[in-house]
Design a protein around this ligand. Structure first.
Ligand SMILES: [Fe+2]
Ligand SMILES: [Fe+2]
Length: 339
C-alpha cells in the first residue's frame, strides 16, 4: 500500500481502456477504516494488501459513499475476511445491499452526522450525484482534515500514489453539472464544502490533492513592500503557449488566507487562460532587499489563481486600486527564494 498522508494508505488500480485509476484507502488506527472496496475484480488485490498492512489487526469499519460497483462491488469478498466490519453508508445504499441480498452489518448515517473512534472523527456530507440523484455520502475526517471526495473531485490517468498541490476553493469552484447535475443541490453542496478546511483530498479517481498552503515569508513581504517600486511578472499557459503579464509590487495585497491579491485592469488573456488552467508562475524581485548573498533578492512562486469580482478579497484590492475590475487571487503552492 502507498502511504499518501498521515496514517492514510492507498491501493490504486489503473484500467487502461477508460484511462482511469480506482483508489481505495485504509485509515490506520485503533479501529481501522476502509474507504471503498473497489469492484469485484479489483477487490482481491485490495484484500491481499489489507491483510499485509493490518497483520493481526481486524478491519473495524468500511465507508461506502454510494452503491456502485467501483465503490462497493468488492464488499462481499472483503467481508469474508473481515466479517465483523461495520459498513457506514446512507439509508438508500443500505436498501440496495438488502435488495441485492448482500448481508452486511450496517450503521446507517445521515448528512451532518458525526462518528468518532479513538483515532479519527468522521463527518458525513450529502452527495447528490449518483444515478437518479439518490443521496450518497461524502466523508470528512476532522483530526487529519482529510476529505474523501469519491467521484466528486477526480482526474483521469494512471495515478497510483501520486499527490498534487491544489487549492481547496478552486477545487470546489470547479464542481460542475458533470458531477452534480441538479443546480440547486450543487450550489448547496459547494456552500457546505466551503465551510470545511481540509488539508488533503483522498480522491476516488486520479491523484490525491495536497491543499496545504505555503506561508508568505517575511522576506517576500519585504520584497513586496520595500520602495522603490518594481514590476513583477505573472505567467499563465493557454492554447497559444505561455503568456506573461506585468504588474507593480506595491499593488499586491495579502489576504487573510495567505494568498497574493493583484488588481486586474485588463489581463484578458490571463483571464482566458485561467479558465482552462489555474496554474500560475510568478517572478518578483527587489534590488533594495538583502538577499541570500548580497543586496537584491527575488522569488519564483508557483500556485493556482482565479479572479473574483466580489467578497473580501475584492474589497481589499478596491481600497487601493479603485480602478480594478477584479482581484486576481493567487494561492501559493511553492515559494523559492532565488537570489
Ligand atoms: Fe461512483
Ligand atoms: Fe467511482
Amino acid at each position: 500500500m502507498n502511504l499518501v498522508y498521515e496514517n492514510l494508505y492507498q491501493v490504486s488500480t489503473y484500467v487502461p481502456p477508460i484511462d482511469l485509476s480506482f483508489n481505495q484507502y485504509l485509515l490506520k488506527g485503533e479501529q481501522p477504516l476502509l474507504v471503498h472496496t473497489g469492484s469485484a475484480q479489483q477487490a482481491p488485490l485490495l484484500l491481499s494488501k489489507l491483510i499485509e498492512e493490518l497483520g493481526e489487526q481486524k478491519l473495524s469499519f468500511i465507508f461506502i459513499s454510494h452503491f456502485e460497483s467501483d465503490e462497493c462491488g468488492g464488499l462481499s469478498l472483503i467481508l469474508k475476511e473481515y466479517p465483523e466490519a461495520i459498513v457506514l453508508c446512507s439509508e438508500i445504499t443500505k436498501r440496495q445491499f438488502d435488495g441485492f441480498g448482500i448481508e452486511i452489518n450496517a450503521k446507517v448515517v445521515k448528512p451532518n452526522d458525526t462518528f468518532a473512534s479513538d483515532s479519527y472523527e468522521l463527518e458525513f456530507i450529502s452527495y447528490p450525484s449518483e444515478m437518479h440523484l439518490w443521496e450518497g455520502l461524502l466523508v470528512f475526517e476532522r483530526k487529519r482534515r482529510i476529505f474523501f471526495s469519491s467521484d466528486l473531485m477526480m482526474n483521469f490517468g494512471k495515478s497510483e500514489g501520486q499527490v498534487l498541490k491544489r487549492d481547496w476553493h478552486l477545487e470546489v469552484e470547479h464542481i460542475s453539472e458533470m458531477q452534480v447535475p441538479d443546480s440547486e443541490k450543487r450550489a448547496l453542496l459547494k456552500e457546505t464544502l466551503l465551510k470545511l478546511n481540509p488539508a488533503f483530498i483522498a480522491t476516488g479517481h486520479g491523484p490525491c490533492l495536497d491543499l496545504q498552503k505555503e506561508n508568505i515569508s517575511e522576506k517576500l513581504r519585504e520584497v513586496i513592500q520595500t520602495p522603490p517600486d518594481a514590476a513583477f511578472t505573472i505567467i499563465t499557459t493557454g492554447k497559444a503557449g505561455a503568456h506573461a503579464v506585468n504588474s507593480w509590487n506595491s499593488y499586491i495585497r495579502i489576504s487573510k488566507n495567505q494568498e497574493l491579491l493583484v488588481p486586474v485592469g485588463r489581463m484578458h488573456q490571463t483571464e482566458e487562460n485561467l479558465r482552462a488552467n489555474s496554474e500560475v508562475m510568478l517572478t518578483i524581485s527587489n534590488r533594495e532587499v538583502q538577499g541570500l548573498s548580497y543586496k537584491g533578492t527575488g522569488f519564483l512562486i508557483q500556485g493556482h489563481a482565479n479572479m473574483v469580482t466580489s467578497g473580501e478579497n475584492y474589497d481589499l484590492i478596491k481600497e487601493n486600486s479603485p480602478w480594478a475590475r477584479a482581484a486576481l487571487v493567487i494561492s501559493i503552492s511553492s515559494l523559492e527564494q532565488t537570489l
